[in-house]
Design a protein around this ligand. Structure first.
Ligand code: 8YV
Length: 313
């Protein structure tokens, strides 16, 4: 398979790169200074793209690669892949579900605890020596709080399971009610937000879920409510979120994702009720290794004409 051209648009993981290079002819786009020239010279050799949550395969790239057969994404979310264009051209698409579910759900709980129990602020308090000079203020209990979840796929369910262990009543919003779940269903995000203390975004990013967290939802969550986003930045109307936090209309936020990563609104930096992470939901050695193996296994299956392990298209 070492003559098969595989395009990586950006650097994502050293293990993935090494393992791909052992098997394929890998083109690392970021090492070519001129993208147009690169495409002119190499476009016909490329039969696969390995992208991720930051850079996938848009219509323009797909059109520029006449021999593209498969996009194997190093992510579960495939919002950066033009699925319609892939369908139209008969290009297969795979992602990395399941292997990252636990880590992302763990991180959602971590963010909830970090925001409510002020873990980062407490750490800064100790390190700065302020503990010696004063009393640390009280924070907010997590156990028993009402947790609302947007999206009840693998990750949403895993967050619910963990929150249940904290005795939290769970409710959720999805497009239609899931018959097999005992959690309370709300047919609108505003209703869900009005009836929970912590709102977790865990749905895929598609046109209908863009800005699913808007001003109305934020106001429904209210002064004591906490927003946790482990989905995608564009799920949230970020300027509205920033305004609500700065004006004290929202209780707090734990964010792993942002609208224009790696740009993060600086107004958030000074707020103690906000915890900011650099999109690391799946970012453990174990999980990123499992994701890389899945990407490679999908590519190998494709080129050996075997069934794909985790097909999307
Ligand atoms: C990663 C993700 O950030 O799986 C997803 O959808 O957002 C993450 O796991 C990423 O693609 C790893 O580079």
């Amino acid at each position: 398979m070492d003559s098969i051209g595989v395009l990586m648009p950006i650097h994502m993981n050293s293990y993935l790169e090494q393992e791909l290079q052992k098997r394929f002819n890998v083109f690392k786009l970021w090492t070519f200074p001129n993208k147009t020239l690169f495409l002119k010279e190499h476009s016909s050799s490329i039969r696969a793209i390995v992208g991720n949550a930051a850079a996938g395969a848009d219509a323009e790239t797909i059109e520029a690669l006449p021999n593209l057969e498969i996009v194997s994404s190093f992510s579960v979310g495939i919002d950066k892949v033009d699925l319609n264009k892939c369908r139209e051209k008969g290009i297969r698409v795979t992602n990395t579900p399941d292997v990252l579910t636990d880590d992302v759900a763990d991180l959602a709980i971590g963010l909830i605890l970090a925001v409510l129990r002020r873990l980062c602020e407490g750490d800064r308090y100790v390190r700065s020596g302020k503990w010696k000079k004063g009393d640390y203020k009280l924070n907010t209990k997590f156990t028993g709080k009402r947790v609302g979840i947007i999206g009840m796929g693998r990750i949403g369910k895993a967050v619910a399971k963990r929150a249940e262990a904290f005795s939290c009543p769970i409710s959720y919003y999805t497009r239609s009610e899931k018959g097999d779940l005992e959690y309370k269903y709300y047919p609108s995000v505003v209703e869900l937000a009005s009836n929970c203390d912590i709102l977790v975004v865990a749905c895929p990013l598609i046109e209908e879920t863009r800005h699913i967290i808007n001003r109305e939802v934020i106001d429904a969550l209210g002064q004591k409510g906490v927003l946790i986003n482990i989905g995608r930045g564009p799920h949230v109307d970020e300027p509205e979120l920033v305004k609500a936090l700065v004006e004290g209309r929202l209780g707090g936020a734990g964010l792993d994702v942002y609208e224009n990563e790696p740009e993060v609104p600086e107004e958030l930096f000074g707020l103690e009720n906000v915890v900011l992470l650099p999109h690391v939901g799946s970012g453990t050695v174990e999980t990123r290794t499992a994701m890389a193996d899945l990407v490679i296994n999908n590519l190998e299956a494709h080129f050996l004409k075997k069934p794909l392990l985790t097909p999307v298209v």
